[in-house]
Design a protein around this ligand. Structure first.
Ligand SMILES: *Cc1c(COP(=O)(O)O)cnc(C)c1O
Length: 424
């Protein structure tokens, strides 16, 4: 392979069809932000739709629910419609509400129906803790012990899952399967379609957590037959801290009552009848519970416009090129140090971030921050770097790797403690 120089990266930037989108975001000239997989940056358009909702409140008071420029009563549905192309669903299969964990509770309450011998939930040993806590508490609500009824597929290498191991664990006692689309540490992208088909052959309901894939890569949830999915929007979708979550339910399951009902589960025309018998919406709207958090939803309106203009296929293409460049530079620049790439190397098996391990990962992350790079540390030894297609350039990736190299060569990390901070 030819040596990669800064000029190579500059040329890629010149030919990058998405390069103009960087100006849509509040980036800092002195900072390389590589943490968009934890909290995406603010865009001018997200700021403007948030300010619009405040202006609607200022101008219309309560009438803002129906009269504002962005009527609040329909905002969750509007966001669902705008999100549908990103997950490969019809607008009525998607709604924005809650958070990953609350949406998971809602959909487990709706779709986990233990019966006879079919009482188990299959998950994996590498998922984010909140998902596992939700699964365990749902089992307990059914008086089923998690020790016996939660099966977690183990990882052989500690960082990735083998689809074959998941498929081999499917059997007639499993009622529901929940997996992440992309693993939060290693960035492994699972074969959602293959796993879903195999689970359906055993009559198992299939849910996916898209936290680390939505906004990073395209999905075809409806065509793949996935039963339900949940996600957050503050990571790759740049909706801001605590931004509203989202969920998808396959059309074939629509029309049934939500496990956790509230007045926002209503058919919209009926909601203000104030009837004590719920008439649930016949769309994914039925899985809402209470009043939507408008000020945590409004930024997503602007943010999704950007995705529509950029095109998720283009975002994925550039994201793969950025992570490939990063990995190539690890090989070229960091060979003599103790780094290991633990994300899958193939395009169709990796998500939007690169996962580097090093025994001194915590102190290296502190040194990176001191030098203007915002990485993401996961204890005990993982450095996640997420070059974001919409606001990171090829030159950013090149510069970050030079900074990392200088930290290693000059041993700058040695002045920091190899411990994590309160948020990491
Ligand atoms: C980020 C993330 C969460 C966080 O859940 P919230 O309810 O939005 O706080 C849950 N699961 C996964 C896999 C995540 O990556």
């Amino acid at each position: 392979m030819d040596t990669i120089t800064r000029d190579t990266a500059v040329k890629w930037d010149q030919n990058d069809p998405l390069r103009a989108f960087k100006d849509e975001f509040y980036t800092k000239p002195s900072q390389y932000y590589m943490d968009g997989n934890s909290l995406g940056l603010l865009s001018k358009r997200a700021e403007s739709t948030l300010l619009q909702s405040l202006a609607d409140w200022k101008e219309h008071g309560i009438e803002g629910w129906t009269e504002g420029k962005q009527p609040w009563f329909y905002m969750s549905e509007k966001l669902g419609e705008m999100t549908a192309p990103l997950v490969g669903a019809s607008p009525h299969e998607v709604i924005n509400t809650g958070s990953i964990t609350t949406n998971l509770h809602q959909l487990l309450s709706t779709f986990f129906k233990p019966e006879g011998n079919r009482t188990k939930i299959l998950a994996d040993a590498l998922n984010f803790p909140s998902d596992i806590y939700a699964l365990k508490s749902q089992l307990e609500l059914h008086n089923l012990s998690p020790e016996e009824h939660l099966i977690q597929v183990e990882s052989k290498d500690g960082t990735t899952l083998a689809e074959d191991d998941i498929i081999n664990a499917l059997h007639s006692e499993v009622a529901l399967l929940l997996l992440p689309s992309v693993l939060y540490r290693s960035g492994q992208l699972l074969d959602i379609e293959r796993i879903t088909k195999a689970a359906h052959e055993h009559g198992i309901i299939v849910g996916f957590d898209l936290a680390h894939s939505i906004g990073a890569l395209p999905h075809h949830l409806h065509d793949w037959g996935v039963d339900f999915a949940v996600w957050c929007t503050y990571k790759y979708l740049n909706s801001g801290p605590g931004g509203v979550g989202g969920l998808y339910v396959h059309e074939k399951h629509l029309g049934q009552s939500p496990g956790l009902a509230g007045w926002f589960s209503s058919k919209k025309e009926k909601q203000f009848d104030m009837d004590h018998t719920l008439t649930p919406a016949e769309t994914a709207s039925a899985f809402q519970i209470g009043t939507p958090h408008i000020l945590s939803s409004a930024p997503l309106l602007g943010s999704l416009e950007i995705f529509h203009e950029a095109g998720i296929e283009n975002v994925r293409k550039k994201s793969l090129e950025l992570t490939q460049l990063l990995m190539d530079l690890v090989h070229q620049e960091l060979k003599s140090f103790d780094f290991q790439l633990t994300n899958p190397l193939e395009d169709d098996r990796r998500g939007g971030h690169v996962s580097l391990t090093h025994p001194e990962a915590a102190s290296i992350c502190k040194a990176l921050k001191a030098d203007g790079v915002i990485p993401d540390f996961r204890a005990p030894n993982v450095i996640r770097l997420a070059p974001i297609a919409l606001y990171n350039s090829f030159t950013d990736v090149y510069d970050v790797m030079q900074i990392l190299k200088s930290i290693m060569v000059e041993e700058k990390y040695k002045q920091y403690k190899n411990e994590r901070g309160i948020i990491a």
